[in-house]
Design a protein around this ligand. Structure first.
Ligand code: ADP
Length: 367
């Protein structure tokens, strides 16, 4: 009888609850025991009451609730060897032999580190007398499966991450609201959206709302003088009769020299050079989403079913999987490869090799 642990980690994303619900319901229907690890990796490190057995009723109503009801955390302890040793001990003590982690690239990097150390951690616990050789036997074949929950859509190896589409909906609603006031007063608005080092939210929101100009980290303006380029576009649109100007800026947007492009600077440029009455709107945490859209409920559900299937079909010779979504199909690929690719994209952006970053991100961006 498999004992599966499910945890949500890192930044919350709408649809994480759909994940937890599906792991619990499908896991139980397949004859597994399912445990929720509360508060992300922190719960794994602290153990005790943070690890609770779930039943059918534990997840009632989860589909429509945003964020994650079992909690999430940024856990410094899990970044240390001692913290991961403690986490391994807690898993063994609770008899949990499979772990499904729903989180962003940081969380899945943590899962990958844990995976690579697993055998060594068990040996260390035995040597220290914290678990017995017999206790360790069942856990040699621990399975770890990753599911990507992140509003940023910044993980390689999957076209779309759980929570990104809900966030995009919220951003579009907010931009639409700003549009009406911008139109009324004939104003310009500079709107900052989340996404960390990834411009997916900004790019898609810009397309979906018909923004005048978009700044994203992956494709910095090609000329030094992006201020003039932006002003030219905004002026032309005004000359064509537009009563509003909307500039969308990813929080990680960079200029050609990799200096951050700040919303206040854009505001000053539009005010000073074009004489536009300009306001800044930072959407902030409303973008985290609230109630998940249908797509994220479905994405969380189908990927979690695949994650439980991956646990049930795991074997010591197979690499630990990450569940993704590619070309509209649920996919399974080595967690290690997806984590490596994600870090390669980050490095390519840092070294200004944007073409390489776009190639690595593959289908996630429009050319
Ligand atoms: P996200 O998963 O949303 O990207 P973070 O980057 O904050 O969020 O990562 C969430 C948690 O994952 C961290 O607080 C930490 O506990 C764990 N984690 C991240 N990177 C590592 C790492 N290199 N080694 C071990 N654990 C990590």
């Amino acid at each position: 009888r498999k004992k599966i642990g499910i945890l949500t980690s890192g930044g919350d994303a709408s649809g994480m609850n759909a994940c937890v619900r599906a792991v619990v319901l499908y896991g139980i229907s397949k004859g597994c025991d399912v445990y929720a690890v509360y508060e992300g990796y922190q719960g794994l490190v602290d153990g005790g009451d943070y690890i609770r057995k779930m039943d059918w009723r534990s997840v009632t109503g989860y589909l429509s609730i945003g964020g994650t009801s079992i909690g999430t955390a940024r856990c410094m302890a899990f970044k240390t060897h001692e913290g991961r040793l403690q986490a391994a001990e807690n898993l063994v003590k609770h008899g949990i032999d499979s772990l499904i982690v729903c989180g962003g690239d940081g969380s899945l990097t943590g899962a990958d580190v844990f995976r690579s150390e697993w055998t060594g951690l068990l040996d260390e616990l035995i040597t220290a007398g914290r678990i017995t050789v017999d206790e360790a036997k069942t856990f040699r074949s621990m399975t770890i499966v990753g599911i990507v929950g992140s509003i940023d859509n910044d993980m390689s190896g999957t076209d779309i991450t759980i929570g990104a589409v809900t966030s995009l909906h919220r951003i579009c609603e907010a931009v639409d609201s700003v549009d009406t006031t911008a139109l009324s007063h004939s104003r310009a608005f500079v709107i900052e959206v989340m996404g960390r080092h990834c411009g997916w939210l900004a790019l898609m929101a810009g397309i979906a709302t018909g923004a005048d100009f978009i700044f994203i980290p992956e494709q910095p303006p090609s000329d030094e003088d992006w201020e003039t380029s932006m002003c030219k576009v905004a002026r032309r649109h005004r000359e064509l009769g537009k009563r509003k100007t909307i500039i969308i800026v990813a929080e990680g947007a960079l200029d050609k020299n990799l200096k951050p492009i700040k919303v206040d600077r854009i505001k000053d440029i539009l005010s000073d050079r074009l004489g536009l009455d300009t306001r800044v709107t930072i959407l902030g945490h409303t973008q985290r989403g609230g109630s998940p859209c249908a797509f994220d409920r479905i994405l969380g559900t189908v990927q979690s079913v695949a994650a439980v299937d991956a646990v049930l079909s795991s074997s010591p010779d197979k690499p630990f999987p990450m569940i993704g979504m590619n070309n509209n199909k649920v996919t399974t690929q080595p967690l290690m490869d997806a984590v490596k690719l994600t870090h390669e994209v980050a490095e390519a952006i840092e070294s200004r090799n944007f073409q390489r970053a776009l190639e690595l991100r593959d289908s996630q961006f429009l050319d």
